[in-house]
Design a protein around this ligand. Structure first.
Ligand SMILES: [Zn+2]
Length: 218
């Protein structure tokens, strides 16, 4: 079956998708990965893509749709896809529907990972990693004893790094973009009766268990 894993940044979509890839051998389709693969392929499209991205422009829906259609038409992934981070708006959802039906496929389940905004802000803006051993952790949820020190006891490095776009104001901005453009998508899928809500504030294990039981119920 094909599923969409849906939810705001920081909800754990990547983590849960990677479990589905590992345990159920599903194919995780992310537009970022498709774009990166195309760029490496030296195709005609890759030259065009390179120009667009070098100029800092957004890749058009048409190009994204072409890449997605190419992928979903592959027999090796048919009816075994997790859409991660796509569709992002109603137009993309409609195109996805028509592309899937062309290859005799549908979306059977939309997993809606729900997390309160206040927790998302802490999950994302609290992300740090050690510049030496690269261990990732969270300043709010698993803080080191000394706030400037690596959480890895054997490392004791004092230089932690943070992604530049992981600060509180950009995170709030990303969350409001999500609410405005992506949340209306849920309505689109709710009408089809395929949405299942998942309380993604629970532990990773509990979230995984609920996702597995939703998949078994299909
Ligand atoms: Zn370290």
């Amino acid at each position: 079956m094909n599923i969409i894993i849906f939810g705001p940044p920081g909800a754990g979509k990547g983590t849960q998708s990677s479990f589905l890839v590992e345990k159920r051998k599903m194919y995780q389709l992310s537009t970022g990965d498709l774009l990166r693969a195309e760029l490496k392929s030296k195709s005609k499209l890759s030259e065009k893509l390179k120009q667009i991205m070098d100029k800092g422009q957004l890749v058009s829906d048409d190009i994204i749709n072409d890449l997605i259609e190419k992928k979903i038409s592959e027999p090796s992934v048919k009816n075994n896809i997790i859409f991660d981070g796509f569709p992002r708006n109603i137009d993309q959802a409609k195109s996805l529907d028509s592309m899937l039906s062309k290859y005799d496929q549908v979306i059977s389940l939309v997993l809606n990972l729900k997390v309160d905004n206040s927790i998302l802000v802490k999950r994302i803006s609290g992300r740090v990693s050690c510049s030496i051993c690269k261990k990732p952790f969270n300043e709010y949820f698993d803080p080191p004893v000394d706030p400037s020190e690596c959480i890895n006891e054997r490392c004791k490095n004092r230089d932690l790094t943070k992604r530049s776009d992981d600060n509180e104001s950009t995170v709030s901005n990303r969350l409001s973009i999500y609410q405005e453009t992506t949340l209306p998508l849920l309505k689109f899928y709710e009408i089809k009766g395929v949405v299942k809500n998942v309380d993604a504030m629970k532990s990773i294990k509990e979230v995984t268990d609920q996702i597995n039981s939703e998949l078994c119920d299909l």
